[in-house]
Design a protein around this ligand. Structure first.
Ligand code: SF4
Length: 163
């Protein structure tokens, strides 16, 4: 059983092929300007808060306030669905460790916006199904199909998929 990280849940919603590349250590993200930009936002926007808390080598939380509110910092709202599930997954993991998180907040410092996210009862069932499906993808011998979406143009694996 592979440990499922928050990034894996995020990629599950962005593109399952991207998730497969990531799982198989085909990490090209370091060369992506977008990822670098994400790191810069991370380093500059919330310097006074406690951040990057790694729990169980599984989830890496951007920051956690009083063990009650989780923050996840994103640069754009383009793949908001993926961001929501990533933060719901963090809440789910912490709940299973006995830490009751009140809510998650998606922070978009470049847009000066934030959004509250809650872990609803029906989300918990869906997270279990998502984790099962991620395990299925972990075991695939070949990557899933390309998604041919706008997101591909900014994906670090673009060349691998289309050139
Ligand atoms: S380029 Fe598109 S299809 Fe290929 S991994 Fe990235 S998002 Fe998925």
């Amino acid at each position: 059983m592979k440990k499922i990280t928050g990034v894996m849940v995020y990629y599950y919603f962005v593109c399952k092929r991207k998730l497969w590349f990531f799982i198989n250590d085909m990490t090209m993200e370091h060369s992506s300007d977008l990822v670098n930009m994400g790191k810069i936002i991370d380093e500059t926007s919330y310097s006074r808060e406690k951040k990057n808390i790694l729990i169980d080598e599984t989830i890496n939380i951007d920051f956690l306030k009083d063990w009650k509110v989780i923050h996840e910092v994103k640069k754009s709202r383009k793949i908001e669905e993926a961001s929501k599930w990533q933060i719901k997954y963090y809440m789910w993991v912490l709940k299973h460790k006995g830490v009751a998180i009140e809510k998650g907040i998606l922070d978009y410092p470049l847009l000066r916006k934030r959004e509250n996210v809650f872990l609803e009862e029906e989300d918990e069932k869906q997270i279990e199904e998502i984790l099962e499906d991620i395990q299925r993808i972990v075991n695939l011998k070949l990557p899933p199909d390309k998604v041919n979406k706008a997101v591909c143009k900014k994906c670090a694996y673009y060349e691998l998929c289309y050139i």
